[in-house]
Design a protein around this ligand. Structure first.
Ligand SMILES: [Zn+2]
Ligand SMILES: [Zn+2]
Length: 639
C-alpha cells in the first residue's frame, strides 16, 4: 500500500516541494514528490516506519501560501504513474519559512536575531542576485566567505544544500545604527538583538526609525492621529489583527502567507477607524529585518506601528543600515473577495518568472521588466539581472520609459488579454476581453490577433467644462450651476491640464482627501447602504464617455449626494456598463471565452457588481501574473 498526499498548489514555484523533499531527507523517509499543473503529490510506502514523523513534521514546516487550496490523502495499492512537470526554482523573494523563523528566534542557534537567515525555500534571495545564474559568485555576497560551520551546513543541512547565500552571525553581514550623536554596530548575538531592541524602544518613545530592509528602506513610527495615505499598517502582534481589523479567513491566511502581500483590509476598532478611516493597506512582517523589529515592538508594548516606503536619505531620528547593495523589488498587492484572490500588481514573490512558451529571440519589455532568453530558460526579470540580452526583435509596452533601437511598441491592453488566455491555455479559442486600468478597453481575440473593438475615447482634462457644456441640451446650464455653487472647486478643475486621468479628476470633483483611484475605492468601501445611483456612462454610441460620466456626478453633487454613495455608485455603474457591452459582444461574436484584466477590477464594489452580472460567463483572470501592467511582458510573447 502507498500513502498518497495531494496538495492543491496553484503555482509552478518550487518552494513547497523543496521543503517537502528536505523533510523527507531529514526523516529518512522514502517519499517521492511530484509537482505538476496545480498539484503537488507526495507518495510514501505505507510501511515506511518514519511516515508518521514525516507527516507531523510537514505540518510544522510547510508555510501558509496564497497558492495553497487545501490537501487530502488517499491509500492505493500501486504508486500512481507520475512525473514532475516544470518546477520554477528561481530565487523569488519570500518571507521566512517556519524552520528559518524558528532558528532566528532560537538563542542557541548561530542565527539568533540574524536578519539574513534564509534557505533554499525562503527569504529574500532575489535581493542579493546580481546576474543569472543564481550562484554566490554572481550575488552581492561574493566577497563574503562562509565560516566553517556554514561550509559544513552546505553539505549536511537538506534545506541549505549548496545554498548560494549561506551565512550566519559568525560570517555574515553586520548592521549599523546611527543617530545624530552616535553609531552602534551589530556583529554578534548580543548586539544584533540589542540593535532591534533599541530601535523598537525608540519607536515606542515616539521617534522615527528608517530601516534598510530587504524590501527597501522603510520609515517606521508610532502613529499619532490620522495616518498619511502612504502609511502602511504594520502588524507586529498577530492578535492585533482581529482586534483592529475586520477580516474573512482568506484575508487572514493571505496576510500571514509566506508571500506576505500588501492587503487592503477593513478596519474594525474605533482606534483603527480614527487612524485609517474605513480600510487600510496592511502588512505582516515580511523580511528578517522587519520580523525582528516586530518582535521587539511587542516587547516594547506596541502591537502595531506604521511604515512608509522611502529612500535612504529620508530624515528620521535613527537610521538602521547595512553595507551590502541589495536591490529590493516592488512590493506586491493582493486582492481578495471571498474565494477569489488576485495578484494586483508588483514584483516581489511573483518575479522572476519562467516563460515556457513564447517566441524564440523575442524580448518584451513592460513595467520595468523584460522577458529574455537565457541559458537557464526564458526568464522575466529586471533587465539589469541579465548579463547580456540577445534579441532578434524587441517589443516595448506603450508608455514604457525606455529608449531601445528598433523597438516595436505594443498595446498593454491587448498583451494583457493574451497573457490571461495563455495562462489558461486558451489561445486556440476566440474570446472577448475587458481591460480596465485608467482607461477601459473592450477587445476581441480571433485566434490570431487582438482587436480593440470599443477603444476608449481620448480624454483630456484641459477643456473639461467646455466638453461637458456641449454634451447635450441643458449641459451648459449644469456647468453654470456648478460654477455658482462651487466656485473654488470649479476654478481648480478648470485649471487642470495635461495628463490627469479620469479617476483623479473624479476624486477632485468629489473633494476626496486622497485624490486618486485609491481614494475613490476607499470611500466606496465606507458606503453601508444597499443600492447606489445610476451614473451616466454613455451618450449616443456604446462607448464610455468620460464627460457624460463627470456631468452626471456634477449633477448628483449639486443635488447634495454624499461622497460615499457617489463613490460606490461609480463602481456599480461601471459594472453595469461593462456587463452590458460584454453581453452584446459575446452574443455578436459567439466567442466562448471572456477575459478580464487591469488593476481597476481589484476593487470590492466593482468586483461585486461584475460577479453579480457576469459570473455565469465564467470570466478568466490572471493566475500567476499580476492583473496589472506586469502581465503584458508575458502577454507580448504571443502578439
Ligand atoms: Zn527557510
Ligand atoms: Zn557562518
Amino acid at each position: 500500500m502507498y500513502f498518497i498526499l495531494e496538495i492543491a498548489f496553484d503555482s509552478d514555484k518550487g518552494y513547497m516541494k523543496t521543503i517537502i523533499d528536505a523533510v523527507a531527507e531529514e526523516t529518512d523517509t522514502k517519499a517521492k514528490t511530484f509537482q505538476y499543473g496545480d498539484k503537488i503529490t507526495v507518495v510514501v510506502p505505507q510501511e515506511d516506519p518514519t511516515l508518521e514523523t514525516f507527516l507531523q513534521m510537514l505540518e510544522t514546516r510547510l508555510p501558509a501560501s496564497i497558492y495553497l487550496r487545501g490537501s487530502h490523502h488517499t491509500l492505493a495499492d500501486e504508486p500512481p504513474a507520475l512525473s514532475t512537470g516544470y518546477v520554477n526554482n528561481l530565487p523569488v523573494d519570500l518571507s521566512l519559512c517556519p524552520t528559518c523563523q524558528k532558528e532566528m528566534f532560537d538563542v542557541s542557534s548561530r542565527r539568533y536575531y540574524y536578519p539574513f537567515t534564509s534557505c533554499n525555500a525562503c527569504g529574500s534571495r532575489h535581493a542579493f542576485l546580481e546576474t543569472y545564474p543564481f550562484t554566490r559568485e554572481k550575488s552581492v555576497m561574493k566577497f563574503i566567505k562562509p565560516c566553517a560551520a556554514c561550509e559544513e551546513e552546505i553539505r549536511t543541512n537538506p534545506l541549505r544544500k549548496n545554498y548560494p547565500l549561506i551565512s550566519c552571525i559568525e560570517c555574515g553581514i553586520p548592521l549599523r545604527m546611527v543617530d545624530k550623536k552616535s553609531e552602534r554596530y551589530a556583529n554578534d548575538k548580543g548586539t544584533y538583538r540589542t540593535l532591534f531592541e533599541v530601535s523598537a524602544r525608540a519607536i515606542a518613545k515616539g521617534k522615527s526609525v528608517v530601516m534598510k530592509t530587504l524590501h527597501g528602506y522603510r520609515k517606521f513610527y508610532k502613529l499619532e492621529g490620522k495616518a498619511d495615505p502612504e502609511a502602511i499598517l504594520f502588524i507586529a502582534d498577530v492578535n492585533a489583527l482581529n482586534r483592529h481589523l475586520m477580516m474573512v479567513v482568506q484575508e487572514f491566511n493571505a496576510l500571514l502567507s509566506i508571500e506576505r502581500p500588501l492587503l487592503r483590509v477593513a478596519t474594525k476598532s474605533e482606534e483603527a477607524k480614527a487612524h485609517f478611516g474605513s480600510s487600510v493597506w496592511t502588512k505582516y512582517p515580511d523580511d528578517g529585518m522587519s520580523m525582528l523589529l516586530a518582535r521587539e515592538l511587542i516587547n516594547a508594548g506596541l502591537e502595531y506601528v506604521v511604515y512608509e516606503p522611502c529612500d535612504e536619505g529620508e530624515t528620521a531620528d535613527f537610521l538602521v543600515d547595512f553595507d551590502l547593495p541589495v536591490t529590493p523589488q516592488k512590493d506586491f498587492r493582493l486582492f481578495i473577495n471571498q474565494d477569489t484572490s488576485l495578484l494586483i500588481d508588483g514584483e516581489r514573490s511573483i518575479f522572476p518568472q519562467v516563460v515556457r512558451e513564447g517566441k524564440p529571440g523575442r524580448v518584451s519589455v513592460a513595467a520595468g521588466l523584460a522577458c529574455v532568453d537565457t541559458e537557464e530558460g526564458r526568464i522575466i526579470d529586471r533587465p539589469e539581472h541579465f548579463a547580456k540580452i540577445p534579441a532578434r526583435e524587441v517589443y516595448v509596452a506603450e508608455g514604457e520609459k525606455v529608449a531601445l533601437e528598433n523597438a516595436k511598441p505594443f498595446s498593454v491592453a491587448k498583451a494583457a488579454m493574451l497573457s490571461v488566455l495563455a495562462e489558461h491555455d486558451k489561445l486556440h479559442e476566440s474570446a472577448i476581453g475587458v481591460h480596465f486600468d485608467d482607461r477601459l478597453h473592450f477587445l476581441y481575440y480571433n485566434q490570431k490577433e487582438v482587436i480593440d473593438v470599443v477603444p476608449p475615447r481620448a480624454f483630456e482634462a484641459d477643456n473639461l467644462f467646455a466638453e461637458i457644456a456641449t454634451l447635450r441640451e441643458g449641459s451648459d446650464r449644469l456647468v453654470e450651476n456648478f460654477r455658482a455653487k462651487f466656485p473654488a472647486l470649479y476654478e481648480r478643475l478648470d485649471n487642470l491640464s495635461g495628463e490627469v486621468d479620469l479617476f483623479k479628476v473624479t476624486a477632485i470633483l468629489l473633494e476626496l482627501e486622497n485624490e486618486s483611484f485609491d481614494g475613490i475605492s476607499e470611500m466606496a468601501l465606507s458606503f453601508l447602504g444597499k443600492g447606489g445611483m445610476q451614473i451616466d456612462t454613455k451618450v449616443q454610441d456604446n462607448r464610455f464617455n468620460d464627460y457624460a460620466f463627470l456631468a452626471s456626478l456634477m449633477s448628483f453633487k449639486l443635488s447634495g449626494a454624499e461622497q460615499a454613495i457617489l463613490c460606490y455608485s461609480i463602481y456599480e455603474s461601471f459594472g453595469d456598463y461593462i456587463a452590458d457591452i460584454v453581453t452584446q459582444l459575446l452574443a455578436k461574436t459567439k466567442a466562448p471565452a471572456l477575459t478580464l484584466s487591469g488593476t481597476t477590477f481589484a476593487n470590492q464594489s466593482l468586483w461585486g457588481r461584475i460577479q453579480r452580472n457576469l459570473a455565469l460567463k465564467k470570466p478568466l483572470l490572471n493566475k500567476n501574473y499580476p492583473m496589472g501592467r506586469e502581465n503584458s511582458v508575458y502577454g507580448a510573447q504571443f502578439l
